[in-house]
Design a protein around this ligand. Structure first.
Ligand code: 6PG
Length: 255
């Protein structure tokens, strides 16, 4: 398992460069297998990345009809609520792909006007959960990822793939989230963070501080993969940050 940290000058460049990286990664992975399962993230930089994919000249090189879109977490709100991660992802990118992405390839987490509570939403989402080729994660200033927050019981859940959250410190309080084991089972996990406020969380995460969820992220090789298969589809954790979010990291070694 390899962990890489890529630092970009500012948030705008980070979003654009990460969008380009996502496009080329999907192209590379599609040359190996199809369909692909991608988990999107909410949050400002995660949505900005999708907006950059939408306007990227190379976006047409991805066969979007063979991508399944999932979410790492969701705010338990009514369908179409502007604060839902699904709504923001549809507005930022998915609506522009409506001609090519079959509706059945978009897998939103159930909304609060579709099921009675987050526990039911989590149980339903877990039913169809795939093995993820790539999970995108924003990072909170407290080191949360998806809707797994420090010192919250969901951090230690090992036996479930998806959990309800009733007391999120980040509004809204009710959410649904992939668990850390599910995230860590992905072939690749990309954590994306911008801004000085994220510097402590990035330092803790990169430093594998287990007291914060971001510090517990590790991608794991698929069971039974042959060495050459691992080479063609590397398992890895990628930190995509801007200079401000990386200001507490030790200086990168210079050759
Ligand atoms: C959410 C997100 C959450 C987000 C982080 C970072 O539902 O809010 O999934 O995990 O990615 O809080 O958000 P920002 O990039 O806006 O700081």
């Amino acid at each position: 398992m390899t962990e890489t940290i890529l630092v970009h000058p500012d948030a705008e460049t980070l979003a654009a460069a990460s969008a380009a990286r996502l496009i080329t990664t999907l192209i590379d992975l599609q040359s190996i297998r199809r369909p692909l399962h991608l988990a999107l993230t909410g949050g400002s930089i995660g949505i900005a990345l999708l907006e950059q994919v939408k306007v990227a000249p190379a976006r047409g090189a991805v066969d979007w009809s063979e991508i399944h879109f999932w979410w790492g977490d969701e705010r338990f709100l009514p369908k179409g609520d502007p604060e839902r991660n699904e709504t923001q992802a549809r507005d930022a990118l998915l609506n522009s792909l409506a001609e090519v992405v079959p509706p059945s390839h978009i897998h939103p987490i159930p909304a609060s006007d579709q099921v009675d509570n987050p526990a039911i939403a989590a149980a339903q989402y877990q039913r169809d959960l795939p093995h993820f080729d790539l999970v995108l994660l924003g990072v909170g200033p407290d080191g949360h990822v998806a809707s797994i927050f420090p010192s919250h019981p969901e951090m230690d859940v090992e036996t479930l793939g998806v959990v309800p959250v009733e007391d999120s410190p980040k509004p809204p309080p009710q959410r649904v989230s992939l668990t850390l084991p599910t995230i860590n089972d992905a072939d690749q996990v990309w954590l994306i963070a911008a801004g000085r406020a994220k510097a402590p969380a990035v330092a803790a995460g990169v430093g594998n501080d287990l007291s914060v969820p971001a510090g517990r992220i590790q991608a794991s090789p698929e069971k039974g993969m042959l060495p050459d298969q691992l080479e063609t589809s590397p398992r890895r954790v990628l930190w995509l940050i801007d200079v401000a979010a990386g200001e507490l990291l030790p200086p990168a070694p210079r050759g």
